[in-house]
Design a protein around this ligand. Sequence first.
Ligand code: IPM
Ligand code: MG
Length: 357
Amino acid sequence: MRTAIIEGDGIGKEVIPEAVAILDYFNETYDWGIEKVPVEVGFGKWERTGSAITDDDISLLKSCDAILFGAITTVSDPSYKSVLLRIRKELDLYANIRPLLPIPGIYKLLKIKDRKESDVDIVIVRENTEGLYSGIEELGDEKSTTTRVITKIASERIASFASNLAAERKNYLTVVHKSNVLKSDKLFLETCKETAESKGVNVSNKLVDIFAYDLIMNPEKYDVVVTTNLFGDILSDLGAALLGSIGLAPSANIGDSQAFFEPVHGSAPDIAGKGIANPIAAILSLKMMFEWMGKTREACLVNRAVAAAVHDKIITPDLGGKYSTKEVGDFILSKVRQLDAASFCLENPEDFSKLKL
Ligand code: IPM
Ligand code: MG
């Protein structure tokens, strides 16, 4: 198994080493035989070489099974093409999975009193290859257009992924769309409904605007949510508010044979280099990689170790703590070792690792 490691730009360089230290621990202890392949892409490379990602980088990434990714700075210079979007497209990583599951104890820590952690356990499944990210655009002085592409085949594929995930959970899927205005969403909605029904999954649907309101006001009403590309982008950042901080939100981009794991936060140039970025989203992204690999016990150990960091208040300044990225990472790694040695998570690891990818 080959795993590409992309630290990228900004805080990506600080948080990914903390996740890699945990990967190294399991890889060495249990002889997993994972070969790490460092890949350098991103804004820094663009500034130096004029190219943020080359065809060779793409070939290298295609030769890997999994990719662990930090963050890349995206700028609006017309000659700069988003690395992230190119990787998603070229590797056909069509399902962007963004779980909203608060770390136990985080609401108490952040003094969030008006909601309960147990009310929030949602997975946003975002279509990752088309919609308003089609790349079909015309830039003009008086008029600019972006074509929103929805195809039956991509809608079926994402609905099928979301329905399978729903079937493993509460067998309940919500399709989020704007079909009262956008004709393209009629196709998305109808296809999602048909696909879910054909798999025996209970399906309902919600217009995106009122869903945004409901997600925050009544999160307990939702379980698996499937939506189009841009809506998923926006709703997953909004939903991260239910986690207490965007610095705690992990994600996975999944294709038929490969997957790419990344924290939802960006490269955060304002705090880059200060050693204070929260490594938890990157570490939870590694945990999603373990789930994808079928390593549920290890995923469970990581989950419990992260919860211990929150419980013991070994946290970075974004959560009100005084610890550095490295101190938090070291604590979580030492907790993983300790829990592993004490044989935690041997029974029912799924209880702590609910996402079956
Ligand atoms: C995300 C990001 C990306 C997106 C950007 C950086 C291209 O916002 O992963 O959510 O829009 O998908
Ligand atoms: Mg985004």
